[in-house]
Design a protein around this ligand. Structure first.
Ligand SMILES: NC(=O)c1ccc[n+]([C@@H]2O[C@H](COP(=O)([O-])OP(=O)(O)OC[C@H]3O[C@@H](n4cnc5c(N)ncnc54)[C@H](O)[C@@H]3O)[C@@H](O)[C@H]2O)c1
Length: 356
């Protein structure tokens, strides 16, 4: 245990989950929904996506305090056709609505080969990969889309217009340890990485963002006043528009830059999502699909390496290796981050998050 604000301390998975659940329940979330949310945040922190883990708790609770997120909302599902459903999240946690949506999409895919669910009036659902993993655990392929608040310009523009909205998809692998899980923001880096650098007093690479004058910056505070840069120029810009078409326009939620930001405590976010589950054994047996995935995995990871590369990874593999390590060692947080999260435990009158 250290008193140095930036030194890293470790939190056991069970203590992480207990802290998140207790704080959520003290703020009006049911135990059942708190279990879903705490599991999603723990998965993010275990996978090394610590931009979207328990560090988000203070801002989520601030939204509840400002009455712009309903902690007790129950999402309502409407079956539209045998393979399509819609969920009205009723301004509750995005995790809860998206979990319900993926559960229904999987059930439809089991019966009909494919299931798609559109979600409206939702909130931030954190790391998209947790829904892809939910599908993989049920032997399903998936597409997981969301829109988000304006943070990056469209190609050729200079003001925040589109969200840094992640595109995620996945498929079961040849073995359970080797699924394909792609989860990527359409920007050079997720904006959460800029917030993380700000929290930790670190600089950011110059190609991530522009300041409000349109100049490249390595200062996270200036980057947050400016815009995130799309990856791959017009292609990253088009992907963020694609997320808005499928998640915002199609669902009936906010779109075209009108989604409320996670750090804007003045209005509901009104986020939209779009989730699809697909049965991988529609056109061949599951065994054949898995052995073809294993062949693909081997082809990728044994590809001839560039001189400076030690190892080639399959999409999602680095995160699964992080998870293996963190399940043993615990989740690393700086003391500042732990103190910041524990302020919520104090306010809620529950036990603080334990760390070593
Ligand atoms: N809910 C929201 O509104 C929101 C918004 C933005 C980002 N996010 C989340 O932020 C997270 C981070 O996004 P990101 O774009 O910064 O991710 P990233 O750049 O760290 O990773 C993107 C993808 O590339 C793969 N990858 C990374 N390095 C690799 C390597 N060396 N070899 C092979 N594959 C590799 C990863 O497995 C991942 O699938 C995601 O989980 C995303 O869902 C959420």
């Amino acid at each position: 245990m250290s008193d140095n604000a930036q030194e890293v301390n470790y939190v056991k998975p069970a203590d992480h989950q207990k802290f998140v659940q207790d704080v959520l329940c003290a703020n009006g979330v049911s135990r059942e929904n708190a279990t879903i949310i705490s599991n999603c945040l723990l998965q993010a922190d275990l996978r090394g996506v610590d931009t979207h883990g328990a560090n988000r708790i203070p801002t989520y609770i601030e939204r509840i305090r400002n009455k712009i997120l309903d902690p007790a909302a129950t999402p309502v599902l409407t079956q539209v056709t045998p393979v399509a459903a819609s969920v009205d999240a009723k301004n509750g946690f995005g995790f809860v609505a998206a979990h319900l949506a993926m559960t229904r999409a999987i059930d439809m895919a089991k019966e009909f080969g494919i299931g798609m669910v559109s979600v409206k009036h939702s909130n931030h659902y954190g790391m998209a990969a947790w829904m892809v993993q939910q599908a993989v655990d049920a032997n399903m392929m998936s597409l997981v889309f969301t829109n988000s608040s304006a943070a990056q310009p469209v190609w050729g523009g200079r003001t925040k217009t589109m969200g840094v909205s992640p595109l995620a998809c996945g498929a079961p692998g040849g073995t359970p340890e080797r699924p394909f899980i792609l989860d990527m923001a359409p920007s050079v880096a997720a904006r959460g990485k800029v917030y993380k650098a700000l929290r930790r007093g670190e600089k950011i690479p110059l190609d991530w963002a522009l300041d409000k004058e349109g100049r490249p910056t390595d200062d996270p505070a200036k980057a947050l006043e400016g815009v995130m840069l799309p990856m791959g120029g017009p292609k990253g810009s088009a992907l963020s528009i694609m997320m808005d078409v499928f998640s915002g326009v199609l669902s009936g939620s906010a779109f075209a830059g009108h989604v409320g930001g996670p750090y804007d405590f003045t209005k509901p976010a009104d986020v939209g999502h779009f989730l699809v589950a697909i049965k991988p054994d529609l056109f061949m047996s599951l065994d054949d699909f898995r052995s073809r995935m294993e062949y693909l995995y081997q082809k990728v990871v044994t590809s001839e390496k560039m001189p400076e590369v030690d190892r080639i990874y399959f999409p999602g593999e680095i995160e699964l290796l992080n998870k293996e390590k963190r399940l043993k060692e615990g989740v690393p947080f700086t003391l500042t981050e732990i103190k910041n999260m524990n302020k919520e435990a104090e306010l809620a009158g529950v036990e603080k998050m334990k760390y070593t």
